[in-house]
Design a protein around this ligand. Structure first.
Ligand SMILES: Nc1ncnc2c1ncn2[C@@H]1O[C@H](COP(=O)(O)OP(=O)(O)OP(=O)(O)O)[C@@H](O)[C@H]1O
Length: 300
């Protein structure tokens, strides 16, 4: 559905996105995570056809997006800062969208506007940040998009509205096969919302995984031994990270629960816990692996 192949983007002497390849399947929700300045917004803007890539290929539904109005009809981008025409109301914006988007759905616009109790005649620039964000969602969802590309979309929404917006999106994913690419720093929220996640750092995609696979394939082990084995113990596991905390060995390992458990149990440990890894832990370990680890800040 959304395909980026070997994409580069440079701003003067800064390589913002470098040789990046990404594929988002139809009807799936892909969460783009990453460090500050990783290049997420730049990538999303290229995928939405706002920036042109310097190198590489981008297609949506096998069609290029940049300067191709037909593709743009079905692709909606919501930036991190909502943007509206000057001194305008939600109703005026709706009239504008209706001219531009051929699949505009007036009934849907009215239904969602009523549901969120938005005043469609109030000037948008007099609305709060969260209300402006709701307005962006209402307009976007009323264009009946095939693809939505969202840059930190839920920031500024209260928990109730946030959940309702997510429910509306999930309904479109289930009913119409909407495809969603969403960037966020809220890892807890992405963990529940996304089918796939990718982690970006310094313009490249470090890591890309199916969320279900992630939950069944990477684990955290806490082991205390009666008789501490030598280091060859770790050679029998696919270890991503390990540390010793007193007499407890803490490991992050890849592999199936059955194989890992059989192996560790064969050492007859006094304590052995196998726990799922949170997305936050994966994020920290993956970025730690490329030198972006958490260090305590000491100031004089
Ligand atoms: N229009 C621009 N002109 C010059 N440099 C830019 C421009 N837009 C982004 N950059 C630079 O490109 C790099 C990637 O920025 P980008 O906004 O894509 O990162 P991000 O992953 O979205 O960051 P954050 O999580 O902090 O929002 C940064 O170093 C940024 O300063």
């Amino acid at each position: 559905m959304i395909k980026a192949t070997a994409v580069d983007k440079r701003f003067e002497d800064l390589q913002a996105v470098s040789n990046l390849t990404l594929h988002v399947q139809r009807g799936s929700i892909y969460g783009l995570l990453g460090s500050n300045g990783a290049g997420k917004t730049t990538l999303l803007k290229m995928l939405a056809g706002i920036y042109k890539q310097d190198q590489g290929k981008i297609t949506i539904n096998n069609q290029p997006i940049y300067e191709v109005p037909d593709t743009k009809q079905r692709v909606l981008f919501i930036p991190d800062q909502p943007y509206f025409l000057h001194q305008t109301s939600l109703n005026n914006m709706a009239a504008f969208y209706e001219q531009v988007y051929t699949h505009w759905n007036s009934n849907r616009f009215k239904q969602i506007t009523d549901h969120f109790k938005m005043d469609p005649n109030k000037k948008l620039n007099r609305m709060s940040k969260g209300m402006q964000r709701q307005a962006s969602f209402i307009l976007s969802l009323s264009t009946m998009p095939e693809v939505m590309i969202l840059d930190e979309p839920f920031d500024g929404l209260d928990p109730v509205v946030r959940q309702q917006m997510k429910n509306l999106i999930l309904q479109d994913v289930a009913d119409r096969g909407l495809t969603l690419l969403v960037s966020s720093h809220n890892l807890r929220e992405m963990e529940d919302f996304c089918d796939y996640v990718g982690i970006m750092h310094k313009g490249t995609l470090l890591f890309e995984r199916d969320m279900d696979e992630l939950k069944t394939d990477i684990h955290k082990l806490q082991i205390a031994f009666r008789v501490v084995p030598d280091k060859s113990f770790l050679d029998g596991l696919n270890v991503l990270h390990y540390e010793k905390r007193g007499s407890v060995l803490l490991c992050i390992v890849k592999g199936s629960v059955g194989e890992i458990s059989d192996y560790v149990e064969s050492y007859n440990p006094a304590i052995f816990d196998l726990l799922p890894l949170t997305l936050e832990e994966i994020f920290i370990y993956e970025l730690g692996g490329v030198g972006y680890e958490i260090r305590n800040l000491i100031v004089e």
